[in-house]
Design a protein around this ligand. Structure first.
Ligand SMILES: C[S@@+](CC[C@H](N)C(=O)[O-])C[C@H]1O[C@@H](n2cnc3c(N)ncnc32)[C@H](O)[C@@H]1O
Length: 290
């Protein structure tokens, strides 16, 4: 179900060659890993990390059986990258991060990632994470919810939505996605409701980023990537919104060990953008360790 983005560019910029080893920090449905193991045959290995146990189980079941013996699966937060590579004694020529959530998580996880479904407000990648979207919505102060909506959703009606959430929860807890969607639609003006982009889009994005601490994990992993790579090693990062892209852009720029390979950010072709909705906002940046 998950269609990977920019796969050819990933293989090109990671410089995947026979017998080289790679780390996929965001295994997801395994589509990028599957492409890597096709290009690093016969003996190249992949260390495949995901925070979501179900994603690993799904990916394991769809990856080709003969390739499985060259893949090591690790359920962990990629912000622990250095420890993971030490523990696994894994040396890699390239590291991939394809950020955010997969279409499988959106469609199949039943964890409330989609404002089009009616599911419990969870939004965790890892079920070991103590914070859920329901906890934020039902227990955080109005100020904290407003800050989150502004910072991670760039939501222009952050105040109004936070106000409506705190009012609603006095009556009853907001437990499911459609309850939250109703509160959001009731809080924003008519023109905002009628736009092509759903009025709950930014709130859902902000909650997902907050629950999973996404921007902090990204900031934490980039310096580690440059420590685990040897000279000439490559890093490829695909991001899906401007907050992530800005972090990647400046982390590369400010790292004296990074030679930037994508002076201009890479975006998918028109054909890819038209056939894969996830590709519409994708941006790829790559660097080489000096
Ligand atoms: C966009 S999907 C990756 C899709 C994958 N490239 C493919 O081809 O199927 C992102 C994945 O990263 C995982 N993820 C997000 N944040 C993570 C983190 N901090 N540590 C580990 N995995 C994370 C999510 O659980 C999700 O499965």
């Amino acid at each position: 179900m998950h269609v990977p983005v920019l796969t050819e560019k990933v293989i090109e910029y990671l410089n995947v060659k026979s017998n080289r080893n790679f780390i996929d920090c965001t295994l997801g449905s395994g589509a990028h890993t599957s492409a890597i193991v096709k290009h690093n045959r016969p003996a190249g290995k992949v260390l495949a990390i995901d925070w979501d146990r179900e994603a690993i189980t799904r990916a394991r079941s769809v990856l080709s059986k003969p390739d499985l013996r060259r893949i090591t699966f690790v359920e962990d937060n990629f912000s622990h990258l250095e420890d993971i590579t030490k523990r696994e004694k894994f040396h890699a020529s390239g590291v991939l991060l394809d950020l955010g959530m997969s279409s499988d998580q959106l469609e199949l996880s039943k964890r409330g990632f989609s404002f089009q479904k009616n599911e419990p407000l969870d939004m965790r990648y890892s079920l070991e994470n103590p914070l859920t979207a329901a906890k934020i919505v039902n227990y955080w102060s109005k100020n904290d919810i407003t800050r989150m909506l502004k910072e991670y959703g760039q939501e222009q009606f952050a105040n109004q939505i936070a106000e409506a959430i705190t009012k609603e929860r006095k009556e009853h807890a907001i437990a499911r996605t459609q309850e939250l969607v109703k509160v959001i639609t009731g809080a924003v003006p008519g023109w905002y409701r009628r736009r092509k982009i759903h009025p709950a889009t930014k709130t859902f994005q902000a909650l997902r980023i907050e629950v999973n601490n996404e921007l902090e994990n990204l900031k934490a992993v980039i310096p580690q990537v440059f420590r685990v790579l040897g000279a000439g090693g490559r890093v490829v990062i695909i991001s899906f919104h401007s907050l992530e892209d800005r972090i990647v852009k400046y982390a590369f720029k400010e790292n004296p060990q990074a030679k930037i390979l994508t002076k201009k950010v890479i975006i998918p072709s028109i054909v890819e953008r038209e056939t894969n909705p996830r590709a519409r906002s994708a941006k790829l940046r790559a660097a080489e360790k000096l």
